[in-house]
Design a protein. Structure first.
Length: 320
């Protein structure tokens, strides 16, 4: 199992790992150790490049915390006709391409098949239909901090500031921006659908129609309305336990030498899904670092000062 292999390669747990509180130095050390663990696990996801999709397959390829769960659920609801979600966990109906597992091995409840990956753009298997979604990098970092707090069993013992800097040091912001650069350059490919997180929020029904058309699923207005209803943040938060990687989180906590978290926020936080959280909540120096990386990777190449400017440019392209 990939998790066990990563456990062997990762640094061992310190003696104080199960303490209820950690000193600032311990917070930094443990954040580094746990994010290194995730990086080693993420490296195994790159093996999914061997997968050969069918032309009808839908691959959701986004940077982590960029609307992945939301878009996945919209796609699933479209193929299920907008019915109330009856799955125990989203991971049972949508295939997450992780740990080198064979994506073809698990049957799916309906066609088209849906797969999810966060590998770099050039490594995403092509041959099917790719949906990608861009989100404000500061919001990605803030959302990731909330998510990893439970997934990696930090349980509030590491500050948002330390978690955020650890994510930046691990290269997560750089990877997210490289994903934006890659898919922006491929936005006109016929097998690629580019979405923006803020468009999903501001024009939910319009995005659902675009996704359904891209998937080649014929939906009546009644079905579209059902899909919109079942994929609102309020509805998904009401069923938030269905979007929790519960078994995976418990295995990770055990591999890290810690106890599993008592309650998981999962991929859909009841107080989450908002734009601007990163700008409001992250420390000034950290926001400046994110803006610096944006300038180096995105602004220098395309001339967009921020993601919203890119979004407006894309909207203008589509209307012309």
């Amino acid at each position: 199992m990939a998790l066990e292999a990563v456990k062997r390669d990762a640094p061992p747990a310190p003696e104080w790992v199960r303490a209820e509180e950690w000193t600032p130095e311990q917070q930094k050390r443990e954040a580094e150790r746990r994010f290194l663990f995730m990086k080693l696990l993420y490296a195994r996801e790159l093996e999914t490049g061997r997968f050969a999709p069918r032309p009808s397959d839908v691959i959701i390829a986004t940077a982590p915390k960029s609307g992945t769960t939301w878009v996945s659920h919209i796609c699933h609801q479209i193929r299920m006709g907008g019915s109330q979600p009856d799955f125990e966990s989203q991971t049972y109906v949508v295939v997450y391409m992780i740990s080198g597992a064979d994506p073809d091995a698990r049957p799916q409840p309906a066609d088209p098949r849906i797969f999810v990956t966060s590998v770099p753009g050039p490594l995403v298997p092509r041959g099917g239909k790719v949906i990608t979604c861009f989100r404000e990098p500061k919001d990605i970092v803030f959302s990731a901090c909330k998510f990893y707090d439970t997934l990696l069993a930090f349980k509030g013992r590491v500050s948002i500031e330390i978690l955020s800097w650890s994510l930046i040091d691990m290269g997560r912001v750089k990877e997210a921006l490289e994903s934006i650069v890659y898919w922006w350059e491929h936005r006109h490919d016929k097998d690629v659908l580019l979405l923006f997180f803020d468009d999903l929020k501001e024009d939910h029904i319009g995005c659902v129609r675009r996704i359904a058309s891209f998937m080649a699923v014929d939906c009546s207005e009644e079905v579209i309305a059902k899909v919109v209803h079942t994929t609102t943040h309020a509805e998904m938060a009401r069923h938030h336990s269905k979007f929790m990687p519960k078994v995976f989180a418990s295995r990770i906590a055990t591999a890290l030498g810690d106890i599993a978290p008592c309650e998981q926020s999962g991929r859909v936080r009841k107080d989450g899904g908002n734009s601007g959280e990163g700008e409001r909540s992250l420390p000034g120096e950290l926001k400046q670092q994110i803006e610096k990386e944006w300038k180096e990777l995105v602004w220098a190449k395309f001339g967009f000062k921020d993601l919203n400017e890119m979004r407006l440019a894309w909207r203008k392209e589509q209307s012309s």
